[in-house]
Design a protein around this ligand. Structure first.
Ligand SMILES: Cc1ncc(COP(=O)(O)O)c(C=O)c1O
Length: 378
């Protein structure tokens, strides 16, 4: 038996006919850019995120870039974000000409540590980008409080967190990933909980003006066609991707709940190892947040040796992310050194993502955990 890190084939087989007929519909219309399917997906995602507006774009990276452009962030501005994230969080800031300013993470949930934000704010600071890493919301109350007090914009990088909730409460609205900041950015990269058959992304917001700006900026700022109000980019969501995502959306809750059950099962299977391994950390859920487990990331000693051992056993894993952004070659001009953000650096050295997807079987999960136990017994 093998346990691939992820396996999209099984999911596809379960919806193959529905997807093919949705594709057929698009092929018959020969409309491939934006159109009614994209509008239907935008309405679906806006409703799901409890926001007024959603704007389909070409990728999660573009969702971030367009959000920054809509806020008119550019050269001379600074934007605060964690260094332990996918590159796009910082890359989008740099693309606008602004400077990313890093703030270390909380070791328990790998998200930005709000207690370290204020010391980085100055007159150039324009926005904060909290990242809801692995599918759990960052600690948004203090982030929003700081942003309000200092008049900063908040862009949520919710690329990995569609459907996540912060401090969920049955009588409280307004806690969905993407709806708490000024703008929320999502990715439909194929391995996300809701994944396209290629690149696709979405921005959500309650702000009418920002929504309209992003709608224009994604089509080179043109309104009407060939008359350009602003300098935008080409970042339209393909009709084909929207058609596929509309089919898959019907199963999103079911798939996310299956991921949550797999996460709970991992927790149970690891229980007897925990007393003997003080430095083994399972994902911890803060404030009973709704974690959607886009990734199941553990912290372990001898991470690289364990990973190699698991490969030999036929078990796929991945490392998100092996080098924090402040130490990336392209950011050498920021003059950071190892030691500047120790929690992010440790996380990049010690964390390992285990296979998690709705179709992962009980036997496969047991094999993953048994193999890890065997490695540490040796
Ligand atoms: C945290 C984070 N931000 C941004 C992105 C960018 O999304 P995309 O790959 O759709 O451009 C991703 C996707 O991998 C991500 O995980």
């Amino acid at each position: 038996m093998k346990v691939p890190f992820f396996d999209l084939n099984q999911q596809f087989s379960s919806i193959e006919e529905e997807v093919k007929s949705a594709l057929d519909e698009v092929l018959k219309t020969q409309q491939f850019i934006l159109g009614p399917k994209v509008e239907a997906l935008e309405q679906t995602i806006a409703r799901y995120c409890q926001t007024q507006y959603a704007i389909g774009v070409a990728s999660g990276s573009d969702a971030l870039l367009l959000s920054l452009m809509a806020l008119r962030i550019g050269p001379g501005d600074e934007v605060i974000l964690p260094p332990f994230t996918f590159f796009a969080t910082a890359g989008s800031v740099s693309r606008t000409g602004a400077t990313p300013v890093f703030v270390d993470i909380d070791p328990n949930n790998y998200n930005i540590d709000p207690s370290k934000i204020e010391e980085k704010i100055n007159s150039r600071t324009k926005a904060i980008i909290p990242v809801h890493l692995f599918g759990q919301c960052a600690d948004m109350d203090p982030v929003l409080q700081i942003a309000r007090a200092k008049q900063l914009f908040v862009i949520e990088d919710a690329a990995q967190a569609l459907g996540a909730e912060y401090k969920p409460h049955p009588n409280l609205k307004g806690q969905r990933a993407g709806q708490m900041g000024d703008l929320g950015c999502f990715s439909f990269y194929p391995t996300k909980n809701l994944g396209a058959f290629g690149d696709a992304g979405m921005v959500v917001t309650d702000d009418h003006v920002l929504a309209e700006r992003i709608r224009l900026l994604r089509v080179h700022g043109s309104q009407p066609k060939y008359f350009h109000k602003w300098i935008g980019i080409n970042s339209r969501l393909d009709t084909i991707q929207a058609a596929i995502l509309l089919v898959k959306f019907k199963y999103l809750e079911k798939w996310t709940e299956a991921r949550q059950r797999k996460a709970e099962r991992y927790r149970e299977l690891f229980q007897d190892l925990l007393p003997f391994m003080a430095d083994l950390r399972l994902p911890s859920i803060q404030y009973e947040n709704r974690h959607i487990f886009n990734q199941y990331v553990i912290r372990v000693p001898k991470r690289d040796q364990l990973r190699k051992f698991l490969i030999d056993e036929g078990i796929g894993t991945d490392i998100y992310y092996p080098l924090p952004l402040h130490l990336q070659e392209c950011y050498s001009f920021l003059k950071h050194r190892r030691g500047d953000f120790p929690t992010s650096e440790r996380a990049s050295e010690e964390t390992l993502a285990l296979p998690i997807y709705p179709e992962l079987t009980e036997e496969q999960q047991m094999m993953v955990v048994e193999s890890i136990k065997e490695f540490y017994r040796k």
